[in-house]
Design a protein around this ligand. Structure first.
Ligand code: KG4
Ligand code: ZN
Length: 339
C-alpha cells in the first residue's frame, strides 16, 4: 500500500510516499527556515502563504523521486494538527483534492502520532514501547501498546524542551532554530567554566518542567555578558561550557522520567521522537544504554532526516492508523488519538 502524505503544520512544506508504513519511496522537505530566521521565529501568515506556493511542487517532486504517477497511489494523507491553522489548511486541502481527483481515500493524521511513527520508517520496530516525544511544541512521555493505543503518561507543565533550546540559543545570539546550534556549540566545551543548573521537581512522576532551567540559564548568560563584556573569546568559551551543562541537565531530566516509566510498566524498549531527538547528547545517552541505563534492552531513534518535521512520518502514521474521512467531513473536530 503506497500512501502519499503532505505535512504543513509549521514551517516545512513536505511530501513523501511510503510503502506499507516503513519503506520510504520519496521524501521531499521544503524548509522555510531562511524565511523565518530574520524574525527569530515562525510567522504563521508567512508560513501559510509559503505552503500555498510550495504544496504542488513538493508533490510533483515526490512523485518524480519515487518514479510513480498519481494513479499508483493508494491513499492520500495530511496532518490535521496540532499546528498553525492557516498552514494546516493548505496541506489538508491539497491532500483532499488529490483524493477527490483519483477517487482514493483521504486519511487525516495527528502530527504527534506522526512523530512517534517516524520510528517505524526503515525499521522493524513494533509496540509495546515507551516513547519520549521531544519537539519544539511538545514534551511528552507515552506508553505505546499498539500503533493506535497511545497513553499519555506525562508532559511538560510549561515550556517544551525544543522551546527551551531555542530560547537559550537566542539569548546567546545564535540563529533560529536554536536547538542544532546549541548542540554544535556544546561540542566545543572545555570544562573551564562550571555551572550548577537545577532539575525541576514535578508533582506528577512522569511530568516535566523546563521554565526554571531556562530562567537559570538566562541569568547565567546575563552574568557572563557583564563579566566578559570586553573579552569575546572568553565569553564564547563560557557559552560553550554553559550550552554543554544545559544539554546535560536536559538529558538527565528526560532520561530520569523515561527510566522510571521503563521500571513502572516493565516495558524495556525505548523510543525517542521529535526534533530534539536529533540532539547528539540525548541520542548518545540512549544509544549507550548498556552503560548508562541497563534496564533498557532495545532503543530506537529515527534517522536524523525523520526527527524534524517531514511527511514520511505522516505517511507511516496514516498506514498504521488509517482514519479515513469523507471529503465533506469536519476533519478538525476529531479528537486527538490520545490525550
Ligand atoms: O519536531 P520539530 O521539527 O517541530 C515541532 O513539531 O515542534 O522540532 C523542532 C524543534 C526546534 O525547537 C529545534 O530547535 C529542535 O527541534 N531541534 C533540536 C535539534 N535539532 C532540532 N534541539 C536540540 N538539538 C538538536 N540537534
Ligand atoms: Zn513536529
Amino acid at each position: 500500500m503506497k500512501i502519499l502524505a503532505i505535512e504543513t503544520s509549521c514551517d516545512e512544506t513536505a511530501c513523501a510516499i511510503v510503502e506499507d508504513g516503513r519503506c520510504v519511496l520519496a521524501n521531499v522537505v521544503d524548509s522555510q527556515i531562511d524565511l523565518h530566521r530574520q524574525y527569530g521565529g515562525v510567522i504563521p501568515e508567512l508560513a501559510a502563504r509559503e505552503h500555498l506556493d510550495m504544496a504542488a511542487p513538493v508533490v510533483e517532486e515526490a512523485l518524480k523521486q519515487a518514479n510513480l504517477s498519481l494513479g499508483d497511489i493508494d491513499a492520500f494523507a495530511a496532518t490535521l494538527g496540532p499546528g498553525l491553522v492557516g498552514a494546516l489548511l493548505v496541506g489538508v486541502q491539497s491532500a483532499k483534492t488529490l483524493a477527490f481527483m483519483t477517487g482514493k481515500p483521504f486519511i487525516g493524521v495527528n502530527h504527534l502520532q506522526g512523530h512517534i511513527a517516524s520510528n517505524y520508517l526503515e525499521s522493524k520496530l513494533a509496540p509495546p514501547f515507551i516513547c519520549l516525544l521531544v519537539s519544539g511544541g511538545h514534551t511528552q512521555l507515552l506508553k505505546v501498546t499498539a500503533p493506535q493505543q497511545i497513553e499519555l503518561l506525562g508532559e511538560t507543565l510549561d515550556d517544551a524542551v525544543g522551546e527551551a533550546f531555542d530560547k537559550v540559543a537566542r539569548l546567546m545570539g545564535l540563529p533560529y532554530p536554536g536547538g542544532p546550534q546549541v548542540d554544535k556549540l556544546a561540542k566545543q566545551a572545555t570544562g573551564q567554566f562550571k555551572f550548577d543548573l537545577p532539575v525541576a521537581k514535578t508533582q506528577g512522576e512522569f511530568d516535566f518542567s523546563f521554565s526554571g532551567l531556562k530562567t537559570a540559564v538566562s541569568r547565567q548568560i546575563e552574568k557572563l555578558q557583564q563579566e566578559f563584556a570586553d573579552e569575546p573569546t572568553q565569553l564564547q568559551t563560557a557559552y560553550a561550557d554553559l550550552a554543554n551543562a544545559f544539554q546535560k541537565i536536559v538529558v538527565k531530566a528526560l532520561s530520569h522520567r523515561v527510566l522510571k516509566a521503563v521500571a513502572t510498566f516493565e516495558m524495556n524498549t525505548v523510543v525517542i521522537a521529535g526534533g530534539v531527538a536529533a540532539n547528539t547528547e540525548l541520542r548518545s545517552y540512549f544509544e549507550n544504554w548498556q552503560a548508562s541505563a541497563p534496564e533498557i534492552n532495545q532503543f530506537y531513534s529515527p534517522q536524523f532526516v525523520y526527527c524534524t518535521d517531514n511527511a514520511a512520518m505522516i505517511a507511516s502514521a496514516a498506514y498504521f492508523s488509517p482514519f479515513t474521512y469523507a471529503l465533506d467531513a469536519d476533519v478538525f473536530s476529531r479528537e486527538a488519538v490520545y490525550k
